[in-house]
Design a protein around this ligand. Sequence first.
Ligand code: ZN
Length: 148
Amino acid sequence: MTGLNELYQDVILHHYKSPRNYGELPGHNRAADGHNPLCGDRIHLTARVEDGRIADLRFQGSGCAISTASASVMTEAVKGKTEDEIRALFQRFHDLVTGKPAGDGAELGKLEVFSGVSEFPVRVKCATLCWHTLQAALKNTHQTVSTE
Ligand code: ZN
């Protein structure tokens, strides 16, 4: 399993160094900020929801490798999904990083790389910050002022 863990670390490091969907999304209609005081991670998330699905989203901020990589992988995982699908995915992801046995439900796919977080409880907040921020953004029903 050591080889597998190394592979996971490589993926996390890669997403930390070159985060996907980084920046502010022009024409977004959802936005939220997240802060993890325990580690100092900050995230600003912008998204565009169309017909109940996330059409696109981006994040920016500063944080540790886990929080940045988690946000990067999350933006790829939730694109095109509905709010219900995202809630189910977050539940599965939360179970993964807190070491709960996997039940039936959403496929985690690439999110599996964060399974090692369960060995470091203090890191759970780093890994889940972006998900909490996304949920806050989805509840934000007022139109955010756009830069466009
Ligand atoms: Zn952190």
